[in-house]
Design a binder for this molecule. Structure first.
Ligand code: ADP
Length: 379
């Protein structure tokens, strides 16, 4: 700039002003062209340097960025940009982008030449990331961020499931073992005591068999091995069949079973899956409704399909449990469920089977009992 003489500089600025104002195109002095050319080539050079990097980063599915020596993002791919406030990461620090002090510190260490692989929670996005930090030759750092939130969640669910299932299996096994040991230790000689312990073994074996059956059903549904074939299913005979299955138990308990499904009402469903759904719902209603109560299976046309309901006059389900009763092993009243031989899996199976048929399931509950509903497409 110093080389531009005063008059020449004035002329250059005037020419630029004219150009910006859209006025007559004055002749641009050679010095300005030279200066423009210099700026242009510097930009060009920066571009040609970043272009291959940009192309490389954009080919990656993970968030990827090159962080400059001062700890600011120099170039990033779209997946990484999406994390930044306003969708632009260039020029920002990792703390500004992710609000994770841990990641910012790891970047600082990587800029000193220490590679690192770490898992970080980012409060800004409420997600979990697997971060790879690799120092580059020119003193910069390559950061790769993989979103592992769903994988972490699935892992936690699987771990919980295994822990719950083991716990559920251990309880009846321990009871059977205890009863058998007591029999061997002398109770066999006492016919009254022997009958008691053999009865206990039979009940616990039944519980084990129910539990393994439910676990197998659940795993077959979840792994897609339970094939669903949708066809027209008449609801009245299906509901009657399920009620008949429960007639003896209901009579023993002094419960009234009823059906309120219009003849000819049909859903587009898988007959076997829908029967299992109703069996589980009626089974629960019979299980939890005290003597003198009533269980009604209903069916009606709804806006876009049909709704099948199982209502009872039992204790109902507290509002704060309602949203969770379809989770595996979730019980509103664990003591009562176990006393009744519950596995905690019945409603999880119901939910999966209904969803596999393209339907929805839910529950309403009040002081007068529970009402489970299943919405399915009409036939
Ligand atoms: P369980 O084998 O324990 O019955 P489910 O998955 O079938 O497991 O049900 C989950 C929980 O929902 C039960 O433990 C119970 O607390 C509650 N529940 C389900 N159906 C009813 C009902 N008809 N009345 C009251 N509570 C119910």
């Amino acid at each position: 700039m110093a080389k531009l003489r005063g008059s020449k500089l004035d002329a250059a600025i005037r020419a630029l002003q004219d150009e910006l104002a859209g006025g007559p195109r004055a002749e641009i002095p050679a010095e300005l062209e030279l200066l423009g050319g210099l700026v242009h080539t510097r930009e060009e050079r920066a571009k040609t340097k970043e272009e291959p990097e940009r192309e490389l980063l954009s080919a990656l599915a993970d968030g990827a960025a090159v962080i400059g020596k001062l700890g600011l993002v120099r170039v990033a791919n779209a997946a990484f940009e999406a994390l930044a406030p306003g969708g632009r990461a260039a020029g920002l620090s990792l703390l500004e982008i992710t609000r994770s002090g841990e990641l910012a510190e790891a970047v600082r260490r990587a800029l000193e030449g220490h590679p690192r692989r770490l898992e970080v929670d980012t409060p800004a996005t409420r997600r979990v990331w697997l971060a790879h930090l690799a120092p580059l030759l020119r003193g910069e750092v390559l950061l790769l961020l993989r979103d592992v939130t769903d994988a972490k969640r699935a892992e936690a669910i699987r771990r919980d499931f295994v822990a719950n299932a083991s716990h559920e299996l251990r309880t009846p096994v321990a009871a059977i073992r205890g009863a058998a040991e007591t029999l061997l230790a002398g109770a066999l000689a006492d016919p009254e005591g022997a009958r008691h312990f053999v009865g206990m073994i039979a009940r616990q074996a039944e519980r084990l068999s129910q539990l393994t059956q439910d676990l197998l059903d659940l795993s077959r549904i979840e792994s897609g091995q339970w094939t669903i074939s949708l066809a027209r299913v008449e609801l009245a005979p299906l509901a009657q069949g399920v009620l008949d299955l429960h007639a003896d138990r209901a009579a023993e308990k002094g419960l009234q079973l009823a059906r309120d499904v219009a003849d000819g009402l049909a859903a587009r469903a898988d007959a076997r899956a829908l029967e299992q759904v109703l069996v589980n719902l009626v089974d629960n209603a019979v299980k939890y409704t005290p003597a003198g109560g009533r269980v009604i299976v209903g069916g009606a046309r709804a806006d876009q399909g049909v709704v099948v309901t199982v209502a009872d006059t039992g204790p109902g389900i507290d509002r704060h449990h309602l949203a969770r009763v379809f989770e595996r092993f979730y019980r509103a009243d664990p003591g009562r469920s176990r006393d009744q031989g519950g596995t905690g899996l019945g409603l999880a199976i119901v939910k999966h089977l209904v969803q596999a048929q393209g339907g929805e399931v839910g529950v309403e509950s009040g002081a007068s009992g529970s009402r489970f509903w299943v919405r399915l497409p009409a036939s």
